[in-house]
Design a protein around this ligand. Structure first.
Ligand code: ATP
Length: 406
């Protein structure tokens, strides 16, 4: 499949099946904005959930926060964004990509910015976390949230948009230990890529001239998108740049006091920064598959089951046989679970239903047929469980289904 075809197919599938729509579409759209539909939201929630569990919940050294999108403009002056967060335009001018806004009315109004990264909300809460939780170094603060950049040319679907979501960690360490924790986070990011089904990540060690103003070492995790190899995530050693600058500008000490050694110092920072939307595009591109099944070509998403928007679909073999429908509804009710989505579908013939579920990446399809009702006594109270990738079906006892799809 040509790569340009792949991109078109992904965009068309995303729209047709309710994953991702163009923002403000009925008004002709707004460049660089995208709306997630019912399946897209489920997929996105699953990605964020897996990240949160892996990067925050499962670790003793992590603290989660959810900070404001609009912050005091001094934050962006101290962080260097007001002076330096710019992209050159075609005419060679400097153009700052932060969205400016005003807060308050009349003479009281002040200028502010929509945050271009979630990281600064973490740095300005560093002292709050120290005071509330007294963590020992190393420890990290994490958040998932929206970020905004007035990109000069938003493009490539959700790859480069003006409003997007980030999953970021600021991990605070002693300066002497930065390399060790940089390596540890590097491994964690690779592990995460595998869990969510992203294939073929390449690392790029970013050279001095291309690194952000605050960083002494950055690795770009690049993905082979259909439009070329591009940055998916970043891992940066931000030194003590942010805490030191916020300390200086705010006059509030952001030092860490080590009770054991009696030392007082500004911690250094390792930052794994992952864009949610670029992650989703990489998942779609990694898992979009075309093959031939039963003499027909089909397209499907080979999503890991934890990522798929729907875990299992339940079908009565025929829609017009009430005894099948009642039994299938019963199975559906027994499988409903707060941790994943189960759907009931009796629309169209069974082959079409399988194709529809394949296309959105549903790993399991369960069919209630006449054998379930006892037509073949040997198979009473069993259903067929179909595997998305192979199309193979096996009979499973209704009582064992829950375990089978877990
Ligand atoms: P690029 O060089 O592609 O503009 P960046 O180096 O400016 O990206 P960072 O500032 O490192 O990006 O942001 C961290 C992460 O946020 C990126 O790795 C990416 O996943 C995501 N991200 C950044 N800008 C965008 C955008 N405009 N649209 C979608 N995601 C983005």
């Amino acid at each position: 499949m040509a790569e340009s075809d792949l991109m078109e197919k992904i965009i068309s599938l995303a729209k047709r099946r309710g994953f991702i729509y163009q923002g403000s579409e009925i008004y002709g759209g707004l460049a660089g904005t995208w709306d997630y539909g019912p399946l897209g939201v489920e997929l996105r929630n699953n990605v964020k959930d897996i990240w949160w569990k892996m990067f925050v919940k499962s670790r003793e050294d992590m603290y989660g926060v959810g900070t404001s999108i609009i912050m005091n403009k001094q934050v962006w002056e101290a962080s260097g964004h007001v002076a330096g967060f710019a992209d050159p335009t075609e005419t060679g001018e400097k153009f700052n990509v932060m969205f400016k806004t005003t807060v308050g009315a009349g003479e009281e109004a002040t200028i502010s910015y929509l945050r271009p990264e979630t990281a600064q909300g973490i740095f300005v809460n560093f002292k709050n976390i120290l005071d509330s939780f007294h963590p020992k170094l190393p420890f990290g603060i994490a958040q998932i949230g929206k970020a905004f950049r007035n990109e000069i040319s938003p493009r490539d679907f959700i790859f480069r948009s003006r409003e997007f979501e980030q999953m970021e960690v600021e991990y605070f360490v002693r300066e002497a230990e930065w390399e060790k924790y940089f390596e540890a986070w590097r491994d964690t990011m690779h592990e995460f890529s595998k869990l969510v089904g992203i294939k073929n990540i390449h690392e790029l060690n970013v050279g001095d001239e291309d690194r952000a103003h605050y960083s002494k070492k950055t690795i770009d995790f690049e993905f082979e998108y259909p439009f070329g190899r591009k940055e998916l995530w970043g891992l940066a050693y931000r030194t003590d740049f942010d805490l030191r600058n916020h300390s200086g500008a705010s006059g509030v000490s952001l030092e860490y006091f080590d009770e054991e050694s009696g030392e007082r110092f500004t911690p250094h920072v390792i930052e794994p920064s992952l864009g949610v939307d670029r992650t989703i595009l990489a998942i779609l591109a990694s898992t979009y598959t075309e093959d031939e099944l039963g003499g027909e070509t089909r397209s499907y998403l080979k999503l890991p089951k934890e990522v798929a928007p729907v875990r299992a679909a339940i079908f009565p073999l025929l829609k017009n046989k009430p005894e099948l429908v009642i039994k299938a509804r019963e199975v559906y009710e027994s499988l409903k679970d707060e941790n994943y989505n189960i759907v009931f579908d009796d629309n169209g013939n069974i082959g079409k239903r399988y194709r529809r579920q394949d296309e959105i990446g549903t790993p399991f399809c369960i069919t209630v047929d006449f054998d379930t009702l006892g037509e073949n006594p040997e198979h009473k109270d069993t259903v067929t469980l179909r595997d998305r990738d192979t199309g193979e079906q096996k009979r499973v006892r209704i009582g064992d289904l829950k375990e089978a799809i877990k």
